[in-house]
Design a protein around this ligand. Sequence first.
Ligand code: ATP
Length: 199
Amino acid sequence: MYLKRLDLQGFKSFPEKVKLEFNPGITAVVGPNGSGKSNVSDAVRWVLGEQRAKSLRGDKMEDVIFAGTENRKPQGFADVTIVIDNQDGKLPIDYTEVQVTRRVFRSGESEYRINGAACRLKDIQELFMDTGVGREGYSIIGQGRIDEILNAKGEERRRIFEEATGIVKYKTRKNEAVAKLEKEQQNLTRVEDIISELE
Ligand code: ATP
């Protein structure tokens, strides 16, 4: 699995449609300060489901939309598509190439797509769970992240190892099942109350 292409439109400093092609091996993005290098990695994290505006270096999610300049009008939406080569089948989906798209409008409305089909954010998060590529994945190491990991408390560091060993998926499903069980238990208690009132 590797990152093949990134398409950006209206995202941060990229008002026009831009296609960035990547080949297997090492790719370096170089440019002067403030030219948008970090915005490229922000786009990758955003399309993979990042929901915290702060970790995308903004105050609110709208800040990912091109805000305009002296000579250029602001954009009405930001759209990012990531294209991943999945010939090795590491992503649990029956496609050798996987395209994930996220679009957000100024109104706050969001759209998510996997290979062109509308989906939920949850579907994208589940697709990348335990692959190391998700928004919490260890495949994106931001500035200061190494220090953060070294200084992290045991619990936080454990989460990184859990993602690497591939058990996050099962833990998430277990938590969902426990929450459902608790809800059912409450329903049961209510039914028992009603029955005892009728008796
Ligand atoms: P450095 O080398 O200093 O780390 P960089 O190349 O990583 O810089 P970025 O931080 O990616 O640069 O980009 C910063 C630029 O992106 C700034 O000029 C900022 O004005 C612009 N920018 C960020 N968000 C938006 C937005 N919503 N609309 C327009 N421009 C934006």
